[in-house]
Structure formats: structure tokens, C-alpha cells
Ligand binder design. Structure first.
Ligand code: NAG
Ligand code: NAG
Ligand code: NAG
Ligand code: NAG
Ligand code: NAG
Length: 489
């Protein structure tokens, strides 16, 4: 028994050694869908309703002008992706992967979680003894406080003026003050700490900055921020190992809320190499021809952590509907653009544009199929149709800025079919809904993002965030078999 343990220790050491030798290789991590851990099986209607209201609350939060200190965060578990990591010597925590925000934070023991009864159980961690506070004068502290100047933060921490003047508030006597984040229907108070971060199997970052929350309102699950800010996980990884932080990709397994498919891990690849040579090898193993379609990342002066891109239009069948100016660019005040977001379920479009897309869609599908008016309010999605025969759905293509940067969505990414009823009262009927959402009037969206590309629409694509070359790419892919291929080595 003992020999066996020693052998495994030895093996672990060798593996660790091997990893540090081949340190230019990417790091593969599994993302799990939050539905896969849910104990209840919900009806499609229930899932649609909770995901759609969550998506729109998060989208509206992007536009909360008076509360600019807030970050957009997932509101509840429903259809998002979880990443497991550990900080210090604590047990791993599962956090929402969120490309729409930049801080990594999690609930810490002891936790007071107000109004969390109906939520999933918290994934708690204790602070290790190795965790240290971050000084008020640190740029990370400013970043967590929405760029509030260090001098203000150090004054709050009671650092004497003479020390503020010479930048001397740089030790644990003057820690970064707690910060407050609020969103849709939840909020939290957290403090910044620094400790080692471990990502399985063997990557560790010595000096990783994160938030630890002892009090949250309606939010038991933390967030792994993958946005463009200095506190985000890729940004912090980049200063430790540039090749791992310069690009990342994920490939979300197509699930359509199917409990079997939702259990398959979705690959997250840190340090995704976009080198042609390697690309080919992966593709051969995969027996898939994979070509990325790229579009340029736009800078956003107001929301620097967003991955904003320019959308030129959407085709429905043969008709190309031009996107409003607001979606084609980001203005000087940080308004407009389309945010590529892993933390929102459904794509949200400004009302007028959304209505044009729906009108064109309905003129084809609605001619043949009865509108399911009753389903629409209870699912939050529209239009929905009763499908009494095989349904023909027009193709939907997103035209991003760039030469040939068009992405044809697989049908299941925008048209969801399910059985409704059959609970005894009424007969079961097959229903299909268009999976795009109305984000509200353009006038209300001014100053915030124009639209969000949600994770439901990203299923079955490898989405690469190429930070070095400032672009986002999409490649159609079978993500479940991609995971198997990558895992074989
Ligand atoms: C803190 O700041 C003072 C004054 O600028 C400097 O002398 C000292 O080395 C700094 N200490 C640390 C730990 O950075
Ligand atoms: C922090 O720095 C101040 C001023 O330099 C010093 O008086 C104090 O002892 C330091 N505290 C710690 C815990 O190092
Ligand atoms: C740790 O990181 C923080 C913020 O990123 C930085 O201010 C600090 O100097 C770093 N400390 C060490 C020991 O590297
Ligand atoms: C399907 O429903 C439409 C609209 O109610 C109707 O016109 C059509 O005849 C039905 N088709 C079949 C095959 O039942
Ligand atoms: C777009 O790409 C095609 C093929 O790569 C090329 O022939 C064409 O010149 C490009 N057009 C522009 C405007 O860059």
C-alpha cells in the first residue's frame, strides 16, 4: 500500500516535470454545464423561461447608467458553464465562466447568502493561510473599484496623507477596501486577496488576485471573469505564462437542453495555438475540416473588459437585413457593438432590428404553421409555432465586419423544438421557437452595448479569443468529439 502511494507520488512528480518541460503546450480544461449538476429535471418551458428572463436581466444590467460600479454577472444557474479551479491550498471551487466580466471572485466560508433558498448550493472555499490582502495602492485595487484612484482608496483605508503622497500605503496595514457589486437581482460584498491559483493538472500562478465574498444576495456561485481587464484570469495568466494568456477558446457542446448531451464536458483551451501547422494536425485527428472565420475586436472606452465586435447584418434565408449603425461600431461613449458573451444564454438584439429579423422569419414559417401564442409568454421566447408537420426553417447567417466574416448558425442554435403539454389536461403538441430575444428600444440601449451574442448561439462552434491579434474567431465543430481528441493527446 505504502509503496503504491510512493509510486504515485513519484509519478505525479514526473508528470509535473513533463508539463513544465512542454510548457508551450496549451492547457485543456473541462467546462461543465450547470444543468448537468442540477438535481431537478425541469420542463423545456421552465428552462426557457428562466434562461430568457436571466438573459434579459443581465442585458438590462449592462445599461444601468447610474450604477456604473457594477459588473455584469450571471444571475442564477440555469444554462451556464462552470469552470473548476483552486486557490491556495483550498479545495476546488466551480465558477461560472464569464467573458462578459473581468474579476474572479467566489463565495468564502463562512458565507451569509441572503435569499439563496431556491438557488443551487454554494461552492464554498476557505481562504488559505497563504492568502494575503492586496494593498490599497495596488493597481488591482483600483481595477476592482472601477478605476477609483489609489489615493481615494488609501484614504478610505486610513492611510496617512504623507504616506499617500509618497505611495507608501503599499503593505498589509492598508488593505484594499471591500467592494460592492450588484446586478439584476443579486449583489455581493467582497475583499481582494492574493494567493496561488492552481489549474489542473499542474499549472500554478504564484500571485493571483481574486475576490472573496462572505456576504452575497441571491448569488451562491462565484464567477471566473475572462474579460479583457487586468484582473481577468487570462490577463493574470498572461503575466505568468504569456503563451497561456494570449489566446483562449472554448467549444460548447450542442445540448439543446437535453440532459444526456448536457453532461458531456465542453473543452476550454488556454493558450489555444492558431499556428497553421498544429491546426492541421488537430484537424486530421478530428476528421473535421476546421476553418476559423475572424472578426476584429473593437475597443470600448467605457467597458474595456467587453469583447465587442461589429455586426453588419443578419440574413434570414436569402434576405440580408442590415444591422443598425449602433451594432456596427462602438461610439466614443462606449455605446454600441455586439458583445460576445459566455455568461448570457440567448442573443439579444435591439427592438427594431429584432423585429425585422422576426418579421422575415415569420413570413416564411408563420405561413405554414400555427402561431403558438400561449407558449410565448410562458417561455419568454417568440415567435413560437405548433409544428404539425416537418418544418422548413430559413437559414440564419450572422455577418460580422471583415472579409468573409459570415457565420451560418446551425438550425438548432436558433430554432428550438420541444414537446409541450401532455400533463393530462391537454394533448402533447410539438412546438418550435425562434431563439433570439428583443433587447429593447435603441434609445434605451444608448451608452451600453447594442447587442449580446449569447452562449446558446455559440453551441457547436469553437470560439477563439485571440487577444494578441485582437480578434474573435468562430469555427464550426463537434465539441464532444473535440474533447475526446484533445484528451487523447
Ligand atoms: C512602499 O513604498 C515605500 C515608499 O515609496 C518604499 O520605500 C517601499 O519599498 C515600498 N514597499 C514595498 C513592499 O513595496
Ligand atoms: C507598513 O508601512 C508603514 C509605513 O511604511 C509602516 O509604518 C508599517 O509598519 C508597515 N506595516 C507592515 C505590517 O509592514
Ligand atoms: C502580486 O501582484 C500584485 C498585483 O498584480 C502586484 O502589485 C504585486 O507586486 C505582486 N507581488 C509579487 C510578490 O509579485
Ligand atoms: C398544419 O397546421 C396548419 C395551420 O393550422 C394547417 O393549415 C395545415 O393544414 C396543417 N397541416 C397538417 C398536415 O395537419
Ligand atoms: C477578401 O478575401 C478574398 C479571398 O481571400 C480576396 O480575394 C479579396 O481581395 C479580399 N477582399 C478585400 C476587400 O480584402
Amino acid at each position: 500500500m505504502k509503496t503504491c502511494c510512493i509510486f504515485f507520488l513519484y509519478l505525479a512528480t514526473i508528470l509535473q516535470y513533463c508539463f513544465s518541460v512542454s510548457s508551450s503546450s496549451p492547457l485543456l480544461l473541462p467546462l461543465s454545464h450547470s444543468l448537468s449538476t442540477s438535481k431537478h429535471s425541469h420542463s423545456p418551458l421552465h428552462l426557457l423561461k428562466s434562461s430568457s428572463s436571466r438573459s434579459s436581466e443581465r442585458f438590462r444590467r449592462h445599461h444601468h447608467k447610474r450604477q456604473q460600479h457594477q459588473l455584469p454577472l450571471p444571475l442564477s444557474s440555469g444554462s451556464d458553464y462552470l469552470l473548476s479551479l483552486s486557490v491556495g491550498s483550498s479545495s476546488p471551487v466551480s465558477l461560472y465562466l464569464d467573458t462578459g466580466s473581468d474579476l474572479v471572485w467566489f463565495p468564502c466560508r463562512p458565507l451569509t447568502c441572503i435569499l439563496c433558498e431556491s438557488k443551487p448550493p454554494p461552492s464554498l472555499s476557505s481562504l488559505s493561510s497563504s492568502a494575503t490582502t492586496v494593498p490599497c495602492s495596488s493597481p488591482s485595487c483600483s481595477a476592482a473599484h472601477s478605476s477609483l484612484p489609489s489615493s481615494d482608496l488609501c484614504a478610505i483605508s486610513n492611510c496617512p496623507l504623507d504616506l499617500i503622497e509618497i505611495g507608501g500605503c503599499n503593505n498589509s496595514s492598508y488593505p484594499c477596501p471591500p467592494f460592492y457589486y450588484a446586478y439584476g437581482d443579486g449583489s455581493l460584498v467582497a475583499r481582494l486577496f492574493s494567493d496561488s491559483l492552481s489549474l489542473p493538472p499542474s499549472v500554478s500562478v504564484a500571485n493571483f488576485t481574486f475576490g472573496c465574498a462572505h456576504t452575497t444576495l441571491a448569488e451562491p456561485i462565484g464567477v471566473a471573469g475572462f474579460g479583457r481587464g487586468r484582473l481577468s484570469l487570462p490577463a493574470q495568466l498572461a503575466s505568468f505564462a504569456p503563451h497561456l494568456g494570449d489566446s483562449f477558446s472554448y467549444c460548447l457542446v450542442s445540448h439543446s437542453f437535453d440532459s444526456e448531451r448536457v453532461r458531456r464536458p465542453s473543452p476550454l483551451i488556454l493558450g489555444r495555438s492558431l499556428d497553421e501547422e498544429k491546426e492541421k494536425r488537430v484537424d486530421d485527428g478530428d476528421k473535421e475540416k476546421v476553418e476559423f472565420v475572424y472578426t476584429e475586436l473593437l475597443d470600448n472606452p467605457k467597458h474595456p473588459y467587453f469583447y465587442s465586435v461589429s455586426l453588419q447584418g443578419i440574413s434570414v434565408g436569402k434576405r440580408n437585413i442590415r444591422a443598425p449603425a449602433m451594432l456596427r461600431r462602438v461610439d466614443r461613449n462606449g455605446g454600441g457593438g455586439v458583445v460576445v458573451d459566455s455568461g448570457t444564454t440567448f442573443t439579444m438584439l435591439p427592438a427594431k432590428f429584432y423585429n425585422s429579423v422576426v418579421e422575415e422569419f415569420d413570413s416564411r414559417v408563420g405561413r405554414v404553421h400555427e402561431r403558438a401564442d400561449l407558449i410565448e409568454p410562458s417561455s419568454g421566447m417568440s415567435p413560437c409555432y405548433y409544428l404539425n408537420q416537418t418544418v422548413r426553417v430559413p437559414a440564419l447567417v450572422l455577418h460580422f465586419a471583415g472579409n468573409g466574416s459570415s457565420v451560418a448558425l446551425p438550425r438548432r442554435n436558433y430554432f428550438y423544438e420541444f414537446m409541450d403539454g401532455g400533463d393530462g389536461k391537454e394533448e402533447k403538441r410539438k412546438v418550435g421557437c425562434l431563439m433570439l430575444m428583443n433587447g429593447g428600444d435603441e434609445s434605451e440601449l444608448r451608452g451600453g452595448t447594442g447587442a449580446i451574442l449569447g452562449n446558446f448561439q455559440q453551441q457547436g462552434f469553437e470560439v477563439v479569443y485571440d487577444l494578441l491579434n485582437r480578434r474573435v474567431g468562430f469555427a464550426k465543430r463537434k465539441c464532444a468529439s473535440y474533447w475526446d481528441t484533445l484528451n487523447q493527446g
